[in-house]
Design a protein around this ligand. Structure first.
Ligand code: IMP
Ligand code: MG
Length: 368
């Protein structure tokens, strides 16, 4: 997360995805503009980075110029469009390609296209790195679009919030609200269920146990549940997309929540990416991955004891227990690494009385 002036922003579109989109867009320009000696017109200030990336990829004769026609102040677009400045070239009979950083309401680009067309150029094409279809109120044709984004305020890669953020090499979005979204981990027998219950009460969070969500959807034969069941019945893994859609529906049920405890998900790096994308589409993010740490021998003893009273077959056999613990560590290692890279991994000692462990967990959460 980063702070610019008074607002907080969270990662949204990684650099790799942006450069990939620019590759595709530039390929198309190379094909379409090969013999046209186009004049690229970058719209300052926001488009400077996009312009330089496109120009680096354009392999034919061309020229480049910049204009200014800003319409933005703060995070809300204003309908006031300022006058065009900076264009000295004679553009009559030329092929012009406008390079914009972002098209939001479409007011700026409409104005710009009209002005340029009135100066007698042969054709005016529009290329934009980002486009917000939901925000656009003008009838416009955009010839080249890098990435379509939902109606969110973004910064980075040339785009700013009141002057700041242009130098970021990936795109961030405005953080919608302060949510505590925890990914809770713990080996079998670590007391994860117990602690999830306590934390849920204490912080007023919604506990999303993937197992429960699956069982609920299958039992109630929801569309996604039926789909999931069709894979399970064939003995196949349920695709991540189905699981994430179920979780997304679950998240949408309580949009006013203070946050969520994710339990049993993610299990793979791809799932962690999917979860981050899901939360990011709602303007929030994973706050922390918390793993309860308990020594293997303690776990085995706890589970064997539990097996004596619960009658759960998988708690009765020591070999099965040890294997479950091993599977847990194999899976967790990858995710620990994943969240450690984002400075979001927290291991918490899971040995002791229930309230002692809650105190340790709270110390982490209160510090987020
Ligand atoms: P439009 O006239 O509403 O299409 O706005 C276009 C201009 O508004 C862009 O050239 C940007 O300078 C600015 N703008 C629109 N959306 C954003 C955003 O999400 N972040 C930063 N600037 C934006
Ligand atoms: Mg601009």
């Amino acid at each position: 997360m980063i702070t610019l002036h008074d607002l907080q922003f969270i990662p949204f579109i990684p650099e790799k995805r942006i450069t990939k989109a620019i590759d595709v867009l530039s390929d198309q320009l190379n094909k379409d503009m090969a013999d046209k000696k186009p004049l690229f017109i970058g719209v300052l200030n926001g488009a400077f980075m996009f312009v330089s990336e496109v120009l680096k990829r354009f392999n034919h004769e061309c020229e480049v110029s910049f204009v200014k026609l800003a319409s933005y102040e703060g995070v809300n677009t204003s309908s006031r469009v300022r006058e065009l400045i900076g264009l000295q070239e004679d553009i009559s009979n030329r092929s012009v390609v406008i390079l914009e950083d972002i098209i939001d309401t479409g007011i700026t680009i409409t104005e710009l296209e009209r002005t340029l067309s009135s100066r007698g150029c042969k054709e005016v094409k529009v290329a934009t790195l980002f486009f917000k279809p939901e925000a656009c109120i003008k009838e416009i044709t955009i010839d080249y679009i890098g990435i379509e984004i939902p109606n969110r305020f973004i910064v980075g890669y040339g785009l700013d919030y009141n002057g700041l953020g242009r130098n970021l090499n990936e795109v961030y979005q405005l953080k919608e609200k302060n949510m505590t979204n925890l990914v809770l981990f713990g080996p079998p027998g670590a007391g994860k269920g117990t602690q999830a219950e306590v934390l849920k009460q204490k912080y007023d969070l919604v506990h999303i146990s993937t197992g429960d969500v699956f069982r609920y959807n299958i039992k109630n034969a929801t569309e996604l549940g039926t789909l999931a069941k069709s894979y399970i019945d064939k003995g196949q893994l349920v695709p991540d997309e189905v699981t994430i859609n179920m979780l997304s529906a679950e998240v949408d049920k309580t949009p006013e929540a203070n946050g969520f405890i994710f339990d049993g998900f993610p299990r793979t790096e791809a799932q962690a990416d999917a979860l981050s994308e899901l939360l990011s589409s709602k303007g929030v993010e994973v706050s922390a991955m918390i793993a309860l740490e308990v020594d293997d021998e303690v776990l085995v003893q706890r589970l064997l004891e539990r097996g004596e009273t619960s009658g759960r077959a998988d708690d009765a056999d020591e070999a099965i227990i040890r294997n479950r613990i091993k599977v847990y560590y194999d899976e967790t290692a990858i995710l620990k690494n994943y969240y450690q890279k984002e400075d979001k991994y927290f291991g918490v000692d899971g040995v002791g009385a229930i309230d002692e462990i809650t105190t340790r967990l709270s110390a982490v959460i209160d510090n987020l």
